[in-house]
Design a binder for this molecule. Sequence first.
Ligand code: MG
Ligand code: MG
Length: 266
Amino acid sequence: MIHYKSKAEVELMRESALLVSETIAVVASRIKPGVTTMQLDKIAEEFIKDNKATASFKGYHGFPYACCISVNDAVVHGFPTNDELVPGDIISVDVGVFKNGFHGDSAYTFAVGEISDEVKKLLRVTKESLYLGIEKAIAGNRVGDIAFAIQDYTEKKHGYGVVRDLVGHGLGRSLHEEPQVPNFGKRGTGAKLKEGLVIAIEPMINMGTKDVVHDKDGWTIRTADGKPAAHYEHDICIQKGKADILSSFTPIEAAEKANTELCSDY
Ligand code: MG
Ligand code: MG
């Protein structure tokens, strides 16, 4: 069953989504070589608590941390660890918060220090594919229109692998609602998009094969060939003509830029 949100509910969801964005921005400002992803997780969890919200992922089906932090070949659902980040790593930070009865859920992938040009391109293309998907997320279109836009750009145009095992989703009072929003598919297929539907669109794009493997920890999803993967996620509300993006990369990109300038002083 699909839950359509009222205008008042969408505003509450915007608040949750923007708190996620602010949380990821705080994490972004602390990313540098030598920091552990466990430290980043604690920073995020405290920030969420300070803002009178709870971390959606903590305890979700037993997930033990506030954030999913996935390094290099980890695609999503990575556990924070006590390993120090090193220059050349990329890390995806996926955060969910629950506030005023609604979840926000967003993700962003960061470079640690200097990364290779080919990995930079993977990050850029994955983020661009998210916005191409969002362009199709309008009333009257179907889920398959979003899926096709992302797959066509990342897989067909750039030769990357689109993960098949994991998909975007509806969002609201539950972290995962209907419909599923895959990053692969055919135009004109799937659920019809109607005003008031809030979905999380989240391309998970591998530099090499689309195939993934499950780690022994029971959560972390890795690329089967060990090549890096990128992940970006926005929460959007379907409207006529243009989607309303509830989360925001603006604070995250500002923190990322400031941090990059700081790190280049090393
Ligand atoms: Mg997420
Ligand atoms: Mg999600």
